[in-house]
Design a protein around this ligand. Sequence first.
Ligand code: MG
Length: 283
Amino acid sequence: MRETRNRETRNAERGARNSRFGTGARHACSAFRLPRSAFAGLALLALVSVPTRSPAQQWPVHSMDRPRPPVVDAGPERPPLAPPSDAIVLFDGKNLAQWQAEDSTPAKWIVRDGYMEVAPRTGAIVTRRGFGDVQLHVEWAAPVPPRGESQDRGNSGVFLMTHYEVQVLDSYHNDTYADGQAAAVYGQTPPLVNATRPPGQWQSYDIIFHRPRFASDGAVRDSARVTVLHNGVLVQDNTVITGWTVHGRRAHYQPHADRLPLLLQDHGHPVRYRDIWIRELKE
Ligand code: MG
């Protein structure tokens, strides 16, 4: 829980604005000279320009009334595949050379038998190098036997660019708010389906992430987008990320660098990871 509070503090909103909506001031000069058909076009333009709420914002954050995605059996766990030749291997089961703690001290998580395991309350770990647009492969396993319920069960997280969490949670027969279950964009968008395997079994996330683009004044020019396959099943389909993923509040963007570390969350549970590789996408 300490990590959660740290994250909330670190992610505290500082008033960045999202200019994606509401920038639609269009100047229709002298409509009287336009042919009648142009009015339909103008009306459509006006509709497009009306600020709208993204699907992620149509429910209150962490609403327990929000429908849970249907459960899909993704099939049995599979052995890891060799990474593609142009991938940067972030964890091959041997050591944490590519990782460090957030304060730049050595990462304190446990490495054994080809996997790493969260050492609870030692803090998150981050990659030594930063990334922008990426394809990412991560495998994880929730603790067995399962303990706790809702968010207090097998909780960790894959934070793209340190700020955008694809939730890791034991969502196998474990109810929680839809925007906080496994493969949710935390606090924003539930997965399309719940493809979670039982705790103790290896599960995969294949993620395609496009970072946000900020204008020189810090306004959001393009929101981040993410596609996620959970155990090979599509669960996020080019989902718009509405800002830094935070607990209990609406997300907002704050401008940041074009490349930032990938972060794995310590939520106090001994979640395991293996076979992590990343491909940088040409921007
Ligand atoms: Mg988490």
